[in-house]
Design a protein around this ligand. Structure first.
Ligand SMILES: Cc1cc2nc3c(=O)[nH]c(=O)nc-3n(C[C@H](O)[C@H](O)[C@H](O)COP(=O)(O)O)c2cc1C
Length: 212
């Protein structure tokens, strides 16, 4: 089938204001739980967009590792391109694409580094190979070949032989604290349902329906 003729009809029950929890984090958690129950691939994956040095947006997928009222936590290399961008411009947007459920959630907000103790705790829960990988990979830097990466891995395996792998100082968490969250549910004839939560200065969330 040609790409221009590829179309999915979204036959879902739709989304009403009365379906939504007043709190967007609780609402996000409901949809996340439904995505996990539906066995969607990597339901905690979000596409994270940052602002590049040239002023243009830059996007990549990261995995959310914690969600609460303070926001969405993810982990990465603090020397990576994304971390440099987040440090220079601590704003981000993210999108969860739960396509098999005809759902999308968009988030916009500010970012901050998670406390070192929180990153330590999460790092210690990771599989050892991932912990070693965090030391071995100079994320976002040019490398000569895969051999260079494997040589770096061999070196850190030796360094940590027989002992626990400590969190590298260049690796840790970021928190995306939302001020806008939009829930999108696909409907027939492209008349989809969209509801946007916006954080007010008094800490309350307003909810408005948007045209699809
Ligand atoms: C499904 C998926 C999950 C990913 N999860 C992470 C993650 O949690 N943290 C991370 O640093 N990179 C993750 N990546 C890799 C990033 O997309 C990206 O390649 C990397 O972080 C470098 O991005 P940067 O050069 O913009 O900093 C993931 C990629 C995919 C496809």
């Amino acid at each position: 089938m040609s790409i221009r003729d590829r179309r999915v009809q979204y036959e879902t029950e739709g989304l009403e204001r009365s379906d939504l929890h007043d709190d967007p984090i609780v609402q996000w958690q409901r949809w996340y739980d439904q995505s996990a129950e539906a066995n969607l691939a990597e339901p905690n994956a979000m596409t994270l967009s940052t602002v590049g040095k040239d002023g243009g947006p830059d996007s990549r997928i990261v995995l959310v590792r914690g969600v609460d009222q303070s926001g969405f936590a993810f982990y990465t290399n603090y020397d990576s391109a994304k971390s440099a961008q987040l440090t220079a411009h601590p704003q981000a947007s993210a999108v969860f694409g739960w396509l098999d459920l005809h759902r999308q959630v968009r988030v916009r907000g500010t970012v901050s580094r998670l406390p070192a103790a929180v990153s330590d705790e999460y790092f210690s829960s990771r599989p050892r190979e991932s912990q070693l990988g965090a030391w071995a990979s100079p994320q976002s830097q040019p490398i000569h070949g895969r051999e260079e990466l494997l040589a770096r891995l061999a070196e850190v395996e030796q360094r940590f032989a027989g002992v626990d792998v400590q969190r590298p100082p260049h690796w840790g968490g970021w928190l995306l604290t939302p001020r806008e969250i939009e829930f999108w549910q696909g409907r027939p004839s492209r008349l989809h349902d969209r509801f946007k939560y916006t954080l007010q200065s008094n800490g309350a969330w307003t909810i408005e329906r948007l045209a699809p």
